[in-house]
Design a protein around this ligand. Structure first.
Ligand code: PGA
Length: 241
């Protein structure tokens, strides 16, 4: 299976012109680019190979919710994917598993593909892999509790395993342990939901460490934050294989 790459630009760049420049430089097969909302349209019209993701979504479809963005609005811009549950949203914007679950259900109903981020903080990880597996299992159970009329499938759900302590810190996870945790996530999804899903790694991925993650058979790709703002760096990551 081809490896999969997500470029999460977060609150960058600051102008539409820079966003278009970056998008054109990162326009490869099997890449999903997640620009800030205001640049979704201009980025998507400038892409030939990559797909596009929103970095967030609201769970209601319309109404009096000042400042929010609905799934239908994204759909009308040809946005195919949405990142849900990123640790920055969980931490800075107090998004709970209940909120994340509501967003997942609405996104599924509206036909958006989901990139769900899960991962433990350092307090959990330093207690060992068994505690870490438990933590992630609980997150997945809460986030993916969906009503019967909705269906999770290989094509509409990607999981990004992102240890919180590895995001934006320059301290990436140990690829061997990452592969073990991702193997566990896959097994859990099959046993619990009969669901085969792609699972990516995210957290301080760069052009030097990417190959150690991508060479593991359990790891289907990487979600890249900081390094996706540097086109040369991102290109090297995508070209590892
Ligand atoms: P990072 O961000 O690559 O800068 O650590 C990863 C992410 O967006 O989750």
């Amino acid at each position: 299976m081809n490896k999969f790459f997500v470029a999460n630009w977060k609150l960058n760049p600051q102008t539409e012109k820079e966003a278009i420049f970056l998008a054109k430089a990162e326009d490869f097969q099997n890449v999903v680019i997640a620009p800030p909302f205001p640049f979704l349209k201009s980025v998507s019209t400038n892409l030939k190979k990559s797909k596009i993701a929103a970095q967030n979504i609201f769970w209601e479809k319309s109404g009096a919710y000042t400042g929010e963005v609905s799934p239908a609005m994204l759909g009308s811009l040809n946005v195919e994917y949405v990142i849900i549950g990123h640790s920055e949203r969980r931490k800075i914007f107090n998004e709970t598993d209940e909120i994340i679950n509501k967003k997942i259900q609405t996104a599924l109903e509206m036909g958006l593909k989901i990139i769900l981020c899960v991962g433990e903080n350092w307090v959990v990880r330093k207690k060992g892999l068994s505690k870490t597996r438990n933590f992630i299992k609980n997150q997945l159970k809460k986030d993916l509790k969906i009503s019967k009329n909705l269906k999770l499938a290989f094509n509409n759900l990607i999981i990004a395993y992102e240890p919180v302590w590895a995001i934006g810190t320059g301290k990436s996870d140990n690829p061997k342990e990452t592969a073990e945790i991702i193997g566990f996530i896959k097994k859990f999804l099959i046993e619990y939901y009969k669901l085969k899903a792609r699972v990516l790694y995210g957290g301080s991925v760069n052009s030097k460490n990417a190959k150690y993650f991508l060479e593991k058979k359990e790891i289907d790709g990487v979600l890249v934050g900081g390094a996706s703002l540097k086109p040369e760096e991102f290109k090297k990551i995508v070209k590892v294989f």
